[in-house]
Design a binder for this molecule. Sequence first.
Ligand SMILES: [Zn+2]
Length: 229
Amino acid sequence: MAKIAKKKKLASKPRNLKSTSSKFSGSKLARAKLSRAKSPRAKSPRAKSAKSLAAVFTEIWPQERDWLSRPERLKYVRKMVETKGCVFCTARDHEGGPESLCVYKNEWAMVCLNKYPYNSGHVMVLPTRHCGDLTELNESEYLELQTLLKKVVTIVKKEYGVSGINIGLNMGAVAGAGIPGHLHWHVIPRWAGDTNFFPLIAETKVIPETLQQTYERYFHHLNSGRELK
Ligand SMILES: [Zn+2]
């Protein structure tokens, strides 16, 4: 009888709650939390409580890979530059400001944020000129890129208090370059334990700061004396 009652109780769950919680429903702790949340001691009626809980799970456990952050960030991302042509050249030629994602540029090299950061503070150092081959960089470009790379790493250490940093260049599409026509070194801050369970079970990555906030952090270091537009 007890088993039947339990089955009926599960069947009464809202459809979304049942499907989205299935990935971690094996956890006794998760079941206990759900049970407590639906406790009759709650002020709201049980059905209402279950509905709101389902809404929460639908919201925080999306079934497709997406970026989970605050609403103002989503609003900002929608204003990003179009991806037609080379996004880095478009960012370079933009009038500037956070919407361009280009934090700093000079004649030879520039710094841009990644529209879809792998981690907070993810930034890229790249030649100002559209060039996809390291061997085709002239000496001034190459030296400036290395100088800027070192400067950005210094900023990352100071601003983000990192435990480590991934620095990487993928040259060519088969090597994993997302935009192979324009070289770009990724600089990704890392902290112990930053690969949490979210990407593993919900295909979702949490970025705890907005692109606007990341932009402001780098901008003030790289553009001393200039005001952000
Ligand atoms: Zn380009």
